[in-house]
Design a protein around this ligand. Structure first.
Ligand SMILES: Cc1ncc(COP(=O)(O)O)c(C=O)c1O
Length: 385
């Protein structure tokens, strides 16, 4: 038995079926694990936190996992640990959610956007090197829609310039790059456990790394910057630098542990749904799907398409009328009002901008039935006739 909630749209007839673009998959085991913690001594700062961290690190093949209250908090902590300061520059993609850049903009650093590859929709490695300056302090990539970036090419550039590589893998937990799990492909990898992601803790996130010192710094800043010193008394701690309360609760970690056991199943269900879309749209000149290069396996957080000639707004609205809720990921960050202060303008990143004009994210989540997906596919085919 799975539970999920779909928001009721005010213009919908109550009898009409509603298909969201994504939603969580919660079963009875998840519920029981959370209830057990509710009856236990620690709701937060208890044993489930370390247990979840250990399981995450093992699953991703890294030495350390540090959980945090959100993917955004995880990104912020990663850049704090790297010592990012005002005036620093971070190379990143414009085709992402604001949190990718906000993580270092909070610290006064500037996003240096690099356009995307038109086929994979990930940062184009061939355009990175010419954006590197003396102020560049890190390269920050996003595995868009769940598809790992070209890590081989990007790592080569990062190594050449001795720059740390941060992966915003908030879309790609469970994805594979040349048989390696996402998590150990960058120096620091950030995950999100928001309900639409591969696994959920309601809100939540994590930083994965094999750098033990960075992990320790992240743990300190997650908990107010607090460093204990038992030599001065069991109660004694010092705060040398102000940190945050970015902790994840034991309730959430218990849910995460239960969800993690189902990660592989969820990813294979998502892959099957993606395969169904690809087969249904094969040979249709109107629909362009994201390319999945050989040896790179997406986790299919999103299934994104582009409509070559049809009006995307019309398709979005017409699908909504039928109870099919799609989404648009994303208005490129350099066009968001909050990023105008960095001096970017329309036309700076034409590949990402063109993608935004044509794109739509179709429903994909483990419990999407074949019948409901068939309904979505038919509705789209009818609209592009
Ligand atoms: C690419 C990307 N990075 C970061 C985040 C932030 O994650 P959270 O919502 O857990 O803070 C998201 C959230 O959707 C995201 O899509």
């Amino acid at each position: 038995m799975y539970y999920y909630i779909i928001a009721n749209h005010k213009n919908m007839s109550s009898k009409q079926k509603q298909i969201p673009y994504s939603c969580q998959t919660i079963d009875q085991n998840d519920v029981e694990e959370v209830v057990k913690v509710l009856k236990a001594p620690f709701l937060t700062c208890g044993p489930k936190v370390a247990e979840f961290e250990k399981s995450l690190a093992k699953c991703a093949g890294v030495k350390e996992a540090v959980v945090a209250s959100s993917g955004t908090a995880a990104l912020h902590l990663a850049y704090i640990a790297l010592g990012i300061k005002p005036g620093d520059e971070i190379i990143t993609t414009p085709l992402t959610f604001s949190a990718t850049s906000a993580g270092f903009c909070y610290l006064g650093a500037k996003p240096i956007f690099v356009d995307i590859d038109p086929l994979t929709l990930n940062i184009d490695p061939s355009k990175i090197e010419k954006k590197i300056t003396k102020k560049t302090k890190a390269i920050s990539v996003v595995d868009f829609a769940g598809l790992p970036c070209d890590y081989q090419a990007i790592k080569k550039i990062a190594n050449k310039y001795k720059l740390p590589l941060v992966a915003d893998a908030c879309h790609s937990f469970g994805a594979e790059y040349f048989s390696k799990q996402v998590g150990g492909l960058a120096d620091l990898t950030c995950l999100s456990f928001h309900p639409v992601k591969a696994i959920t803790t309601a809100e939540g996130g994590a930083v994965l790394t094999s750098d033990v010192k960075l992990a320790e710094k992240i743990r300190v800043f997650r908990h107010h910057g607090l460093i204990k010193n038992p030599n001065k008394g069991g109660w004694y701690y010092e705060i040398k630098e102000l940190g945050y309360n970015y902790r994840l609760t034991d309730l959430q970690c218990a849910l995460g542990l239960s969800q993690l056991k189902k990660l592989n199943k969820f990813i294979s269900q998502r892959r099957q749904i993606a395969q169904n879309y690809r087969s249904a749209f094969k040979g249709l000149a109107e629909i362009i799907c994201q390319q999945e290069p050989k040896n790179i396996k997406s986790s299919y957080h999103l299934f994104v398409v582009q409509f070559k000639t049809k009006n995307r707004r019309m398709i979005y609205d017409q699908l909504k009328e039928k109870g099919i809720f799609t989404q648009v990921h994303y208005l490129p960050l350099h066009l968001q009002p909050a990023y105008q202060k960095y001096g970017y303008k329309k036309g700076d990143f034409p590949v990402a901008e063109k993608y935004y004009q044509l794109c739509l994210s179709l429903p994909i989540y483990p419990t999407l039935t074949k019948q409901d997906q068939g309904f979505v596919i038919k509705a789209i085919k009818d609209l592009i006739k």
